[in-house]
Design a binder for this molecule. Structure first.
Ligand code: BES
Ligand code: ZN
Ligand code: ZN
Length: 499
């Protein structure tokens, strides 16, 4: 899909479909509150107003009404999309609507689409969001369908802007890079466990790094053994697939002394069977997405390589398959982590925190001053926050504030979770320094407390994406499957970082 900017008045736009956004009828101006909608209404002899009055269209979010051969317009169709309450509208909502536009029109075989934006919703962030929404909405995880459900494709997506917005070009490029990187990550997440093993994930990261000019290093099991990554190796030992520790490095051209060095860490379990503490078979197929955190980090690095922020960023992705082979670790095993702390593995299905413990320690050894880590870590976070919010845990309020601000700007919802010392009571081992599971209460929190023991004094944020990295049902603006969360938060955080 080719994306471009246009600066023509709407009556001159030649496209198979022109889209305008009209708001909830309760909004000021009865929904017709932007100049573009008023103009489209006037040119079509009051069609939009009539649609409101007949009750056919109310401006509710993501609602659509389609008019063929609209009089007064060069476009073949006019699609009005509901923007919801005008007072609540922002770039995050616009991103979704651009996705709705693609997912409404693509199945109809419509090839050329123009989306008209108007003040006050035509600023640079709006342009970037519209580009992202269109590309994200266009993504289908259908690589392995030999007969594609839909061979149809949109060839051209034009964002039509008021003529004085000529500086929107950079916003278009930024949106394109970010959404393509998010789709790159979604593509990795939708790969099944047999096709995307730890070695394949490392190879895919390496290819991307070579294309984008990042440094990529992959540690093999021998190196891990030399270093003493006993927790990561313990998880890996039940699988015939060797683990890989993927390291991606971005360095800005000029670097200030004493400046922040951000570490991004992502869980890369390419398949989580649970190991000897095996999971129930129902829903186990979904556990191919247990590397969504790692994929988000790799995707974020792809965007970072091109958008060139001012701080160095190092990504560490432990990639491992958790299997119950005859050499698998057993409940009760004790492993020595890279940090030197010993862990009693009471449940082999709590494997994410084990591989992350070693990855976090390693990121610190590489000189990271701040860590942001993301993982599909616990079922408990899904119980707590459902599929709406990512759970955010931190040992540092200032870093958490930065991450929350980035997520807000990008429309990726995060909710802060507690990490009081009292929760540590649940993590007592009779035979080692710490067990890898607590009791049945507050499971997302005890998992985060476990990780905190390895972050130690380094400012760290943990984002549990178990409930948000995968959509069980499609949304009007996004296909079923991987969501790509929280890539945009990462990229925004890094691009806006000021020491
Ligand atoms: N990968 C799972 C967490 C998960 C669950 C992700 C559901 C996505 C959806 C993780 O490795 C796991 O199995 N966690 C256990 C921990 C328990 C054994 C303490 C869990 O959440 O049940
Ligand atoms: Zn598990
Ligand atoms: Zn897991």
């Amino acid at each position: 899909m080719d994306i471009q900017l246009g600066f023509q008045p709407i009556e001159k736009i030649e496209a198979c479909a022109l889209i305008v956004i009209a708001f909830d009828k309760e909004s000021s101006g009865a929904g017709l509150c932007t100049g573009t909608v008023q103009k489209a209404d006037a040119l079509t002899g009051g069609w939009i107003r009539e649609a409101y009055e007949s009750g056919e269209f109310s401006g509710k979010f993501a609602e659509t009404a389609l008019l063929h051969r609209p009089q007064g317009l060069k476009a073949g169709r006019l699609l009005v999309i509901g923007g919801g309450k005008a007072e609540k509208f922002n770039s995050a909502e616009l991103r979704k609507l651009a996705g709705v536009a693609i997912r409404t029109l693509k199945p109809k075989g419509i090839k050329e689409i123009a989306l008209a934006l108007d003040d006050p919703f035509a600023a640079e962030d709006d342009v970037a969001a519209a580009v992202e929404g269109a590309l994200l909405g266009d993504f289908e995880p259908d690589r392995y369908k030999t007969e594609k459900k839909d061979q149809k494709s949109v060839d051209r997506f034009t964002i039509a802007l008021p003529a004085d917005k000529n500086d929107a070009k950079n916003a278009l490029l930024r949106g394109k890079i970010i959404a393509e990187s998010q789709n790159f990550a979604r593509d990795l997440v939708s790969e099944p466990g047999n096709r995307l093993t730890p070695s394949v994930l490392a190879a895919r990261a390496g290819e991307m790094a070579a294309e984008c000019g990042l440094d990529c290093e992959v540690l093999d099991p021998n190196r891990m053994r030399q270093l003493g990554m006993g927790a990561l190796l313990g998880v890996a030992q039940g699988s015939s697939e060797p683990p890989a520790l993927i390291i991606l490095r971005y360095k800005p051209e000029t670097q200030q002394e004493g400046a922040t060095h951000l570490g991004l860490v992502g869980k890369g379990i390419t398949f989580d069977s649970g190991g000897i503490s095996i999971k129930p078979s129902e829903g186990m197929d979904k556990m191919k997405y247990d590397m969504a955190g790692g994929a988000a980090v790799i995707g974020a690095m792809r965007a970072i390589a091109t958008l060139k922020p001012s701080i160095p960023v190092t990504a560490v992705i432990p990639a491992v398959e958790n299997m119950p082979g005859s050499t698998a670790q057993r409940p009760g095993d004790i492993v020595t982590t890279l940090s030197g702390k010993t862990v009693e593995v009471l449940n082999t299905d709590a494997e994410g925190r084990l591989i992350l413990a070693d990855a976090i320690t390693y990121a610190k050894r590489l000189g990271c001053t701040h860590l942001v880590e993301t993982s599909t870590l616990t079922g408990a976070i899904v119980v707590a926050l459902g599929h709406v919010n990512v759970g955010a845990f931190s040992n540092d309020d200032a870093l958490l504030e930065r991450v929350l601000a980035a997520s807000k700007a990008e429309g990726e919802k995060l909710w802060p979770m507690p990490l009081d010392d009292e929760y540590k009571e649940a993590l007592k081992s009779a035979f080692a320094d710490i067990p890898n599971v607590g009791n049945r209460w507050g499971g997302a929190i005890t998992a985060a407390i476990f990780l905190k023991e390895f972050a130690e004094e380094t400012p760290w944020v943990h984002l549990d994406i178990a409930g948000t990295a995968w959509l069980d049902e499609p949304k009007p603006f996004l296909a079923k499957g991987p969501s790509g969360v929280p890539i945009r938060t990462f990229v925004n955080l890094v691009l806006n970082w000021k020491d």
